[in-house]
Design a protein around this ligand. Structure first.
Ligand code: KE4
Length: 426
């Protein structure tokens, strides 16, 4: 890390917990003090010392078009002429809601919020209010933001009530969340048998992106949809990463599954703070002020965020973009696989479109338990070697890498070459 980043990090740690405004950025998982980023453009980031990196974090997903897409920047600049926030309804919010309803198969109505956490927290409250039930089922290794009901780990034994995943989460609340192994339909059946009339909802990342990337096995999502339908349990798809990422309609479009509620974020804000939850009209109509389930937000539907999201989604209407990013992603990840093989390194790669993850190990990675058996220390070494060659990966083995429309053959070839050199040094 250069001197200016070092200076800034020292100062930041005095006045911001860990020197960062979100824990993963601190680089504790990879043993690196973080470069402080000053600007971004296309597929590149520049740090405070002027070093340029090829970026595969893409702000954790939003920047599918690449940084500073000219049309997005122009639209935000134009919107600034009209002010920055009104706290009142605007045409922009209607237009973005319309875009989401038109594109995401199961969403009939949608409410904008300001983060993914707010989206899932609100969807869970709505599910509990609508069903009159309190238990939530989630999956080990899936992350739905930091609201109390989501910061819960699996209790001891299968399908038992959860335990707090963080101090400050009341044990009495954690007990209302059951966390199950991903890709384990039997566990879902067991939990539903055990708690059926107490379960409000199952919430899942249909393609997991917070324990590396893990794809649903054949029949897993469909099985959950059938079980939840049978027991009047709501199915919530957390598509905050996958929405408009793996396809415009998200994973639910890819797998032809209709959840009852969907949470969105990241890409729909085009890089500005945003979240959204939506779904069946008969459920969403219970949200205040139409219904009595309360949720609110000062900056919800902020005109700048709506503008950035609208332009981003309008550009993404051209599905050619997805085909091109798919091609680039295949070149990148197959290149990483070949480089690891040539360097004699055991590497597992999971990929869904332009989101993917690399795991050091030999065995398939299909759930959180198998993630924990991979060699995360090797990922940390690989991360440091790649950063030294100006390739900016997620500073944790439990995240996804993202390819954008701005990555090109030159930067992908540079990445694969850097990876080969890095693998050789492991
Ligand atoms: P935010 O509250 O961070 O906007 O969204 C929470 C969230 C909800 N659901 C999914 C599937 C998510 O991936 C996230 C946030 N993702 C993390 C990284 N995978 C954001 C990065 C961070 O925490 O700094």
């Amino acid at each position: 890390m250069g001197s200016r980043s070092k200076e800034l990090f020292l100062k930041a740690q005095e006045i911001i917990p860990g020197g960062v405004n979100s824990p993963v950025r601190a680089g504790r998982n990879v043993g690196v003090d973080p470069p402080f980023i000053q600007r971004a453009d296309g597929c590149y980031l520049w740090d405070a010392d002027g070093k340029r990196y090829v970026d595969y974090v893409c702000s954790w997903g939003p920047m599918i078009l690449g940084h500073r897409h000219p049309e997005v920047i122009q639209a935000i600049n134009d919107a600034l002429e009209n002010g920055t926030s009104y706290g009142a309804p605007t045409e922009l919010e209607v237009n973005l809601a319309e875009m989401i309803v038109e594109t995401v198969p199961s969403v009939e109505m949608v409410r904008m919020v300001n983060s993914g956490t707010e989206a899932t927290m609100s969807a869970i409250r709505l599910a509990r209010g609508f069903t009159g039930r309190n238990v939530i089922i989630k999956f080990d290794g899936c992350y739905h933001g930091h609201s109390d009901s989501c910061l819960v780990c699996a209790g001891s034994g299968l399908a038992t009530f959860g335990i707090p995943g963080s101090p400050g989460v009341p044990a009495d609340l954690a007990r209302l969340t059951v966390s199950l192994p991903f890709n384990n339909l039997k566990a879902v059946e067991t939990a539903v048998e055990k708690y059926s009339d107490q379960i409000a909802a199952v919430i899942i990342e249909p393609i997991a992106g917070n324990m590396g990337v893990i794809l649903p096995e054949e029949g897993f999502l469909e099985g959950i949809r059938n079980i939840t339908k049978e027991h009047d349990i709501l199915l919530i798809f957390d598509e905050i990463i996958t929405g408009f990422r793996v396809s415009p309609g998200g994973a639910q479009e890819l797998y032809h599954i209709k959840p009852d509620l969907t949470c969105l974020g990241k890409i729909i804000g085009g890089g500005l703070p945003v979240g959204a939850y939506g779904g069946r009209r008969d459920i969403m109509s219970h949200v205040a002020p139409d219904g009595d389930i309360y949720q609110a937000g000062t900056l919800s539907g902020n005109p700048l965020a709506m503008t950035a999201g609208l332009v981003t989604l309008r550009i993404l209407k051209n599905r050619e973009i997805y085909a091109k990013i798919e091609e680039k992603s295949e070149v990148l990840f197959s290149g990483l696989r070949d480089a690891a093989r040539q360097a004699g390194i055991d590497l597992i790669i999971n990929r869904a479109g332009s989101m993917g993850a690399i795991f050091f190990g030999k065995n398939p990675v299909v759930d959180f338990e198998s993630v924990q058996k991979t060699e995360s220390s090797k990922y940390a070494s690989f991360y440091r070697e790649m950063l030294a060659q100006k390739i900016y990966l997620a500073p944790s083995p439990f995240e996804a890498l993202f390819v954008s429309a701005a990555h090109n053959e030159k930067t992908i070839t540079k990445t694969i070459d850097a990876a080969f050199r890095s693998f050789k040094r492991l």
